[in-house]
Design a protein around this ligand. Structure first.
Ligand SMILES: C[S@@+](CC[C@H](N)C(=O)[O-])C[C@H]1O[C@@H](n2cnc3c(N)ncnc32)[C@H](O)[C@@H]1O
Length: 242
């Protein structure tokens, strides 16, 4: 079967590229959904800190590179998304004001701010920090999520330890899967400009969506591709057993 293309890019693969360069190769209004989790630097008194559960092959720091300019990557997200689509981005409290303003400036409309509860919060003098925020925007006319009648809470509790994690900021699969299935249909194209361990890609594969993404770190790409190979093997085996 021939490879499916999106402009000059192949679908269903991670490109080792800065997403600012990569997204320029995506045609206007060709993407059905963006779910992403941009980098941030965890610091402790100005130094990167390494949690004690983190294995050596996860890299020395959360992200040591240059944090990409928010306006530049969000502008590209807006350009490549089709009309009446959704855009989800994780965000920390330091960046929330900037993200909300920039997203509005580039044309997105805010639908909601989703809080993902985690069990890894740290007690501190300003209450227990226990959530990760996900900003939920739309491009164009409002389109409801697919499963809006469900009373299920979107929140999942992030497990305390790192079991099964291959990336320090890897997001819980079930949470990402809900975003993907609620905001796209089968065969539609999902983009994640900051792939990390490829959780968005795994959720897309397991729910028959097409996908594409970018990642700058060689070690992350290698680990993500191994994860995807494993998923593909399990998928093929499931088809064979039918
Ligand atoms: C917060 S992590 C994403 C984690 C992902 N959600 C997961 O579940 O594994 C952000 C990723 O973006 C990558 N990154 C940072 N700057 C980038 C850029 N300009 N283009 C593409 N990837 C970038 C980092 O190497 C890191 O792996």
């Amino acid at each position: 079967m021939g490879k499916e293309l999106l402009g000059s890019l192949e679908l269903n693969r991670i490109y080792q590229m800065d997403c600012l360069e990569g997204m320029k190769l995506i045609p206007n209004e060709s993407i059905d959904l963006i779910v992403t989790d941009p980098p941030y630097t965890m610091t402790k008194r100005g130094k990167s800190c390494r949690p004690n559960w983190m294995p050596n092959n996860m890299g020395e720091n959360v992200f040591d590179g240059k944090i990409p300019d928010t306006q530049s990557w969000m502008e590209q997200c807006y350009r490549v998304l089709k009309n009446e689509t959704h855009f989800y981005t994780f965000c920390n409290i330091n960046d929330i004001t900037k993200y909300l303003q920039v997203a509005k400036d580039v044309g997105f409309k805010l639908h909601n701010i989703i809080a993902m509860i985690k069990d890894t919060g740290m007690p501190n003098r300003w209450y227990y920090k226990q959530t990760e925020l996900v900003l939920f925007f739309r491009k164009g006319k409002a389109k409801p999520i697919n499963d809006f009648t469900s009373r299920d809470n979107i929140n999942v509790i992030m497990p305390k330890q790192s079991t099964g994690k291959i990336h320090i900021t890897q997001k819980p699969y079930e949470f990402i899967e809900k975003l993907v299935t609620n905001s796209s249909k089968e065969n539609e194209v999902v983009l994640d400009p900051f792939m990390g361990s490829a959780t968005t890609a795994v959720a897309s594969i397991c729910n028959n969506r097409k996908w594409v993404g970018f990642e700058v770190d060689t070690n992350n790409i290698e680990l993500a591709n191994k994860r995807l190979e494993q998923i593909q093997l399990e998928d093929d085996l499931a088809d064979y057993e039918k």
